[in-house]
Design a protein around this ligand. Structure first.
Ligand code: NAD
Length: 453
């Protein structure tokens, strides 16, 4: 039976080894999930809302322990883990306050026609490693409120805190309503192809998203895909760097850049470029990097070796093609997967680190002189998750925001996500939405009830 070895990315110590279930065991899990679904869907909406609320409280009451555990397996600094545990509690609480409405389409002497909202059944929730607990909340809370059951497939690089959270939920819900499938890509794919799975909600890379769409052609589960981004931040000449620079910097380096909606390319007006690069260098070199459990740490390691190698490869490629590494550029010679915060200049849009998602602490800074050209370049990669405009003229910001082709646009911010606002990607970054009412709708299917009078 294959195993998953979960390591602390800061120390490379093994935290736990998990056994991956065989296909017969996965079949049994899905079977049990179908039975749990039959019980859960008969609960009233009020009962489900109350249970979501209790889950939020239970998770919050274990926040410190969960946050430490998350930092140990994921690598992010403890304050970021605390925020993430807070986020799952808050998203459960928000969905506990939402309702599911039927719509009366027609009611007259001939017929009554109603559009009801029904759950799908067993949902496969497939998670990445960068924000595992936050995204567990984004998917599981609406999935359960809608009346579905779930098989959660966490990433093999960060399954443990997910398992702990589900352990905490279990006393509040019917047996087998939420089960964890520890495994890798193959187990994810097995879920997608399985006829017992009615909906797949996936967050991860575009490569995996493509395979999921192909695999889904076997049994047609309904599909939500939240995939990678390559967000551009466009800095206008009037941007007040004294006021805005901290947000720009952390938009790139929060969670060591391992956020789908991190800033992954900066386009700065040529008049501000020197000053912006100077500030980036100064702040990057002052960052306190280390094991996220230690106090004062601002940036942890990259989560896993595969990702470290990807970041390294893109930085090396830029170096070899003649870009300037203003600071950083190397793995930190330490035990863990630490990479220096890296600032890259003197490159153009043809470089791999500009075209591809680096998903790590290395940021290319490009210049522009004409704003239309900057917008076209920002829109030019085929990704469409997020983007931002940085200007002191809000009207100009709003005007330019409309020209960015992506699911979320910020003016003078980046990466801020409110749980009641829909989130998702345009173009190759996604299909469907998470969060807010739109995120709940993904887990409901409409059934038209036609009563002839
Ligand atoms: P990944 O695609 O390698 O894996 C994500 C999950 O999908 C894992 O659980 C993995 O085992 C599973 N998986 C992989 N191949 C599969 C297949 N063929 N069928 C079914 N499941 C499969 O991604 P990752 O490296 O874990 O995460 C990083 C990526 O996730 C980045 O591209 C990042 O931008 C993206 N991401 C997107 C969002 C968003 O909301 N848009 C949020 C976080 C991360």
């Amino acid at each position: 039976m294959p195993e998953i070895v979960v390591k602390n990315p800061a120390t490379l110590e093994v935290i736990e080894t998990l056994l991956v279930p065989e296909s017969s065991e996965i079949n049994l899990m899905i079977n049990n999930s179908q039975k749990a679904f039959q019980i859960w869907k008969t609960k009233s909406l009020t009962q489900r809302q109350e249970i979501l609320s209790e889950i939020a409280d239970a998770i919050e009451s274990r926040k410190d322990e969960l946050a430490k555990f998350l930092t140990t397996e994921q690598g992010k600094p403890l304050h970021e883990s605390n925020r993430e545990i807070g986020a799952i509690a808050s998203v459960f609480r928000m969905y506990a306050g939402m309702s599911i409405e039927s719509e009366i389409i027609q009611d007259n002497e001939n017929a009554q026609i109603t559009a009801n909202q029904e759950p799908y059944g067993v949902c496969g929730l497939i998670l990445p490693w960068n924000y595992p607990i936050g995204l567990l909340g984004w998917k599981l809370a609406p999935c359960l409120l809608a009346g579905n059951s779930a098989i959660v497939k966490p990433s093999e690089f960060a399954p443990l805190t997910v398992m702990k959270c589900i352990e905490i939920m279990n006393p509040f819900i019917p047996e087998n309503l939420v089960q964890v499938l520890p495994g890798g890509d193959q187990e994810g794919s097995y879920l997608v192809k399985h006829p017992g799975i009615a909906r797949i909600s996936f967050t991860g890379s575009q490569i995996a998203g493509k395979k999921i769409l192909k695999d889904a052609a076997e049994n047609f589960p309904k599909i939500t895909l939240e995939m990678g981004g390559n967000d551009a931040a466009i800095i206008l000449p009037d941007c007040d760097l004294d006021k805005r620079f901290g947000s720009i910097f952390w938009g790139c380096f929060f969670n060591a850049g391992q956020i789908c909606v991190a800033i992954k390319r900066v386009y700065v007006h040529e008049s501000l470029a020197l000053e912006l690069i100077r500030r980036f260098k100064e702040m990057a070199e002052a960052l306190k990097i280390g094991n996220g459990l230690e106090s004062g740490i601002q940036m942890g390691p990259i989560n896993n070796e595969r990702q470290l190698l990807k970041v390294q490869e893109l930085v090396e490629d830029a170096k070899n093609r003649g870009a300037t590494i203003v600071t950083g550029g190397r793995k930190i010679p330490d035990t863990g997967y630490f990479f220096q915060p890296t600032i890259i200049t003197d490159l153009d849009d043809s470089f791999r680190i500009v075209k591809e998602e680096q998903f790590g602490p290395a940021i290319p800074i490009l210049t522009y002189s004409d704003i239309d050209d900057a917008i076209a370049r920002a829109n030019g990669t085929g990704h469409g998750l997020g983007g931002s405009i940085w200007t002191e003229d809000i009207e100009v910001g709003k005007e330019l925001a409309k020209k960015l082709e992506c699911g979320t646009v910020w003016v003078n911010a980046h990466m801020l996500v409110e749980h009641n606002a829909p989130f998702g990607g345009w173009k190759r970054s996604g299909m469907g939405r998470e969060l807010g009412q739109a995120g709940l709708n993904e887990f409901l299917q409409s059934q038209t009830l036609y009563i002839k009078k």
